[in-house]
Write a protein that binds this ligand. Structure first.
Ligand SMILES: Cc1cc2nc3c(=O)[nH]c(=O)nc-3n(C[C@H](O)[C@H](O)[C@H](O)COP(=O)(O)OP(=O)(O)OC[C@H]3O[C@@H](n4cnc5c(N)ncnc54)[C@H](O)[C@@H]3O)c2cc1C
Length: 495
């Protein structure tokens, strides 16, 4: 696999000639890049989105597409009380107060209006997930599209971008950034799939090309505990933002932080929703024994599962819980291909799982007792009577995986990339997985939804700020040109 050597930065690029000049370049057409492009367009600035794939997808397409937001009309309709302050406190509690408060405040304050914006302006049919809650959230605040898939989310964003006449340069990889001696970004060189190269000049740039989960060398360097783990995110996310940022003297933060997951069905490689746990399911290892409090969070559970004999575990639940899990397309897929085992009793389930019945049945009976007495187990997990399970029972074999990295370019509260000396770059912005997240320095700091929260909210924010800055530098005048022209032959639109 390529990589870091291909990505480069040319500083003091005063004499560089560009083939085309555009107001704003956005690198990456995931949730962050497309939200940024839509916001810039609404503010009167044309963005060109450079995307290495044929069609926008990214990790966004692989996700469950759930965006957390507080105090939305979707919550109010269901009688859910919530506020940005409560949401911010939840993020910091999970991140052990390590997240930058300025970024936490801005994303929690703006998440509600992000949801309303996508719903009102672009017709996103959001619903709040209200039949289970994710660990660490003190209110039901996950907003999703009906299929509960990131594929639907990104397809809707792409449709919005296309109907807004936003240019998405597909099959085009940004490789070299050009900056002047003041660290002002002048443009980018892109490599097209057909072998051609083009230099595009810009007035501002937004890096929305996610983190480095797809780059084994960088994962090995910064997250050694996951170096051998399954990477379940988008392979095109190879850390370009941090490679460029490093070369430009940007501040890089929390590179050891990531979103892991402790329930990817193996060997099928399908995400099993954490609803299975939050509704009362448990995990046992190949010896039929539980090994931790599964409800602390699915992210830190990745290494817990990988530490078990054989690097796997079983998630065990019942038919009631399976019903809740079926709202996710992925769970239905897992069922349809036979990944979810079933049995009429715990003893016969032990037999199909091939785990020692004695230890498994003892563990299970302990949990049954704890549920009926609303007790707490040896790991600190609290159970309640409404989590009781009854036959038929289900089990799915799962492993731990790396979903996406949470460290990246440090940004200020407007999304501007910070330099090592604390000042911000004049016209370089970062959003989503390219920027340092709000999860602190470890996997355990990841609160469910932090990924799409910072992708969508910071995407929109950076689009607005970059547009405002471009207009300001032009003395407030709207751009004269229309959508920049790019040759169709080179793959000008993702459509
Ligand atoms: C299985 C899974 C489930 C998840 N579920 C959730 C969830 O329910 N809720 C949640 O909040 N988060 C979830 N996440 C995390 C979430 O998907 C990410 O945080 C989010 O999608 C990041 O968005 P992004 O726009 O920054 O990156 P992406 O969506 O990954 O987009 C980045 C794009 O940049 C492109 N790119 C990269 N480098 C270049 C380059 N040099 N030139 C051109 N293009 C480039 C890539 O091809 C890609 O299309 C999940 C992640 C996974 C893997």
């Amino acid at each position: 696999m390529r990589h870091e050597s291909v990505m480069s930065v040319v500083v003091a690029a005063a004499g560089v000639k560009f083939d085309t000049q555009v107001p704003l370049i956005i690198v990456g057409a995931g949730a962050a890049g497309l939200c940024a492009a839509l916001a810039a367009k609404e503010a009167g600035i044309e963005a060109v989105v450079v995307e290495r794939d044929d069609v926008p997808a990214g990790s966004t397409a692989l996700s469950a597409g759930l965006i957390p937001a507080a105090d939305t009309r979707f919550q109010r309709k269901k009688g859910i009380t919530d506020s940005p302050a409560v949401f911010a406190a939840d993020i910091q509690r999970k991140a052990k107060d390590e997240a930058d408060p300025a970024i936490v405040d801005v994303v929690t304050a703006r998440a509600g209006s992000l949801i309303e914006w996508l719903a009102e302006h672009y017709g996103f049919p959001f619903e709040v997930v209200d039949n289970f809650n994710y660990p660490g959230h003190s209110a039901m605040r996950m907003h999703g599209v009906p299929s509960r898939t990131g594929r639907e989310l990104i397809d809707r964003l792409r449709h919005a971008a296309e109907t807004s006449d936003i240019v998405i340069l597909a099959k085009s990889t940004a490789q070299c950034l050009f900056a002047d001696s003041e660290c002002r970004i002048r443009g980018v060189e892109i490599a097209r799939r057909d072998g051609s190269r083009e230099r595009i000049g810009c007035e501002a740039m937004i890096l929305a090309c996610n983190g480095f989960g797809g780059n084994p060398e960088l994962v090995h360097r910064h997250i050694p505990e996951m170096a051998e783990a399954l990477y379940f995110g988008h392979p095109g996310n190879q850390g370009d933002a941090i490679v460029w940022g490093d070369a430009l003297g940007a501040q890089l933060s929390d590179l050891g932080a990531y979103q892991g997951h402790g329930a990817v069905a193996t060997p099928h490689n399908i995400l099993i929703t954490w609803a299975t746990i939050m509704q009362g399911g448990v995990q046992v290892n190949s010896e039929g024994r539980r090994f931790c409090d599964e409800t602390r969070g699915y992210s830190e559970q990745a290494t817990e599962v990988l530490r078990q004999p054989g690097g796997f575990a079983w998630t065990v639940f019942d038919a009631r819980i399976a019903d809740v899990a079926r709202q996710f397309d992925d769970f239905q897929k897992a069922e349809s291909i036979g990944a979810i085992l079933a049995a009429g009793s715990i003893e016969s389930l032990a037999s199909v799982m091939r785990v020692p019945a004695t230890s498994f049945v003892t563990e299970w009976n302990d949990v049954v007792t704890l549920k009926s007495s609303s007790g707490q187990d040896r790991y600190g997990r609290k159970f309640s009577a409404d989590q009781a399970c009854k036959p038929p029972f289900h089990a799915v074999k799962v492993t731990g995986a790396l979903f996406h990295t949470q460290g990246g370019l440090a940004i200020d509260s407007k999304g501007r990339v910070k330099r090592k000396d604390g000042r911000s770059f004049p016209n370089l912005f970062a959003a989503g997985g390219a920027a340092a997240g709000v999860s602190g320095s470890t996997a355990a700091g990841y609160l469910s939804g932090n990924g799409l929260l910072t992708a969508t909210v910071l995407g929109r924010l950076t689009g607005e700020t970059a547009a405002e800055q471009i207009l300001h530098s032009r003395g407030g005048s709207l751009p004269s040109g229309s959508t920049p022209a790019f040759s169709q032959g080179a793959g000008s639109s993702a459509g």
